[in-house]
Design a protein around this ligand. Structure first.
Ligand code: NI
Length: 397
């Protein structure tokens, strides 16, 4: 393993200029979820040039590649997302997006580049791989639909995958570091919808109406007690009502208020508690105010939870060999990577440090000024590549 780690580090350094060129190309040509056509063609050409087989699982955008090692053994999947956002770039990059209103503002280009880099490293070390590697270039992470599609198309079958690693960048941690968190790293993402019906009327004669706006206000206030009074102080949850739509003019009480929001948590039990309490509060308050209400709680994404001890060990060993491991503070952002874990295949999710204050790489995900330190790319590539060796090693024990 020491030898392999040394070879991986050599290849990281040797190919770094190519990683940087790849990142710049992808960054200049961002494509939105499920429209990643040029990105897909670019990835395919790159994999084919390395002798990596392209598997046709029925994806229109996104790519699945397979690299068979010298011997039979476990199949390790490495996943990167490839899509960009509808954001006008304002970063200080000299390789800005060439497309107006579109930008890699979540740094998925760093993930794609890192995985293409890993493909270069692993193709060079093919004779050392006692198993195989599946490359999952996933579309449409930003709309929470890409991983679901990949799973529907059985991306973890033929050959059957024994472990999956994924990665997201983080501008909270310096380039050169990679975060290895045991336990939950990113939160569940649930959608809440409220349809509150009253009886509209004259704003000056409220006694003849049933005002859904006052009812909605009471629900908004009371919903905030769930985190402070119902969720254990040791657990975490977020309840945010982000959209409230009611009425058009200043003196008419509307018939209906529609509210939309999001709930985040780190445990399934917490999600279920919030769902139950939101339902009780909403229905109870609506009854008290004489309104009718429809409340919907929609489970969108599960927690991204590094809960497999074998994978945690493999991840820590991989990062220790090629970068500086960091124990991060989890985020209440979500990730559709959690979809891959639903089949009970062992998974692990990294954060790649991309922060560099001297290079203006300090902005959070989805900021128009988002910028990743290019020095992070070789650590991303090295971490993905090294994970294959440490995971195969663990799985063969
Ligand atoms: Ni992202």
């Amino acid at each position: 393993m020491t030898d392999i780690a040394g070879r991986v580090r050599e290849l990281m350094a040797e190919h770094e200029h190519e990683f940087i060129a790849t990142l710049k190309h992808l960054h200049q040509h961002p494509e939105l979820s499920f429209h990643e056509y040029d990105t897909t063609a670019f990835i395919k050409a790159h994999l084919e040039s390395l002798g990596i087989e392209i598997l046709d699982i029925g994806l229109e955008t996104g790519v699945v590649g397979l690299l068979k090692g010298a011997k039979d053994g476990p199949c390790i999947a490495l996943r990167a997302d490839i899509d960009a956002l509808s954001i006008q770039e304002e970063s200080s990059c000299d390789y800005r997006s060439t497309i107006d209103g579109r930008m890699h503002a979540c740094g998925h280009d760093t993930h794609t580049t890192s995985l293409l880099g890993a493909a270069m490293i692993l193709a060079a070390l093919r004779s050392e791989i006692k198993g195989s590697v599946k490359f999952l270039f996933q579309p449409a992470e930003e709309v929470n639909k890409g991983a679901k599609l990949m799973m529907k198309l059985n991306c973890l079958e033929n050959p059957k995958v024994d472990a999956v690693f994924g990665m997201h960048n983080s501008s909270e941690y310096p380039a050169g570091s990679v975060c290895v968190k045991r336990g939950p790293l990113m939160a569940s993402v649930d959608r809440i919808e409220f349809y509150i019906k009253g009886k509209g009327g004259h704003g000056g004669i409220p006694q003849r109406s049933v005002d859904p706006v006052v009812c909605a206000a009471a629900i908004i206030q009371s919903a905030q007690t769930i985190v402070s009074r119902n969720v254990s102080p040791i657990d975490a949850a977020v309840v945010s009502i982000c959209s409230v739509k009611a009425g058009e003019v200043n003196n008419v009480i509307p018939d209906e208020v529609v509210m939309l929001g999001t709930v985040r948590a780190y445990k399934r039990e917490t999600q279920e508690l919030v769902e139950r309490r939101l339902g009780e509060i909403t229905n109870g308050i609506a009854a008290a105010y004489g309104c009718e209400v429809v409340f919907k709680y929609i489970y969108e994404l599960a927690v991204t939870d590094n809960n497999n001890p074998m994978m945690c060990d493999a991840a820590y060993k991989a990062v220790s060999a090629v970068a500086t491991p960091v124990d991060p503070i989890p985020s209440t952002g979500g990730e559709d990577f959690s979809e891959y874990a639903k089949t009970n295949v062992p998974t692990f999710f990294y954060w790649l440090g991309v922060r560099n204050e001297n290079e203006d790489c300090i902005y959070p995900w989805h900021s128009p000024r988002f910028k990743a330190d290019l020095r992070s790319l070789k650590y991303g590539a090295g971490t993905y590549a090294m994970s294959v060796f440490t995971a195969i090693d663990q799985l063969r024990k």
